[in-house]
Ligand binder design. Structure first.
Ligand SMILES: [Cu+2]
Length: 178
């Protein structure tokens, strides 16, 4: 690296660094001490009224912050949910007032765990059509984000959409009541 610095001079080297950082952080967002990356949702069965959103949230600050709300262009309602095993059944519940991210902590919103619930879908998510939205944190405030859309049944981004056995078209855990 030293050799490169000497040959290129400071200005060129700085430009290369910023280009590399830009490429790596293309889908990352930040507001205040909060950083958000890996934001995705997935296609839903025809007629479904809810979609789930996933992401990784890091709190680089010295105080806890809470994801309290948000919005998206495809749904009229936004909730923060938790999925937990109870009485042998996976159940979802809304987190109120929201999802707490402690100082220095990274929280993964992923299938089978914490997630965003987009309710009252106005249009279904379509793979290759990113969805714009916002997140609202109690301390850091509001940030505009974009969801990448993965195929139906995706558990981990890029797996191509392989529904788990028993994971049918019907949302479980009382979403019908929303
Ligand atoms: Cu949910």
């Amino acid at each position: 690296m030293e050799v490169v610095v000497r040959r290129l001079g400071h200005a060129t080297f700085a430009l290369i660094l910023s280009l590399a950082a830009g490429a790596a952080l293309a889908q990352d967002y930040a507001v205040g001490s909060i950083k958000i990356s890996q934001i995705w949702t997935r296609e839903v069965p025809a007629g479904a009224k809810v979609a789930a959103g996933f992401m990784t949230i890091t709190n680089t600050g010295k105080e806890a912050d809470t994801l309290i709300g948000g919005s998206s262009t495809i749904a009229s309602k936004f909730e923060v949910h938790e999925m937990k095993m109870g009485d042998g059944i996976m159940r979802m519940r809304e987190l109120k007032p929201g999802l707490v991210i402690k100082p220095g902590e990274t929280v993964a919103l992923k299938p089978g765990s914490f997630h965003i619930m987009l309710l009252d879908l106005k249009q279904p998510p379509k793979a290759s059509s990113p969805i714009k939205g916002t997140l609202v944190f109690a301390k850091a405030g509001k940030v505009e984000i974009e969801y990448r859309v993965e195929p139906f049944g995706t558990r981990v981004p890029g797996d191509g959409g392989m529904p788990m056995p028993g994971e049918g078209g019907k949302p479980k855990g009382g979403h019908g009541s929303h």
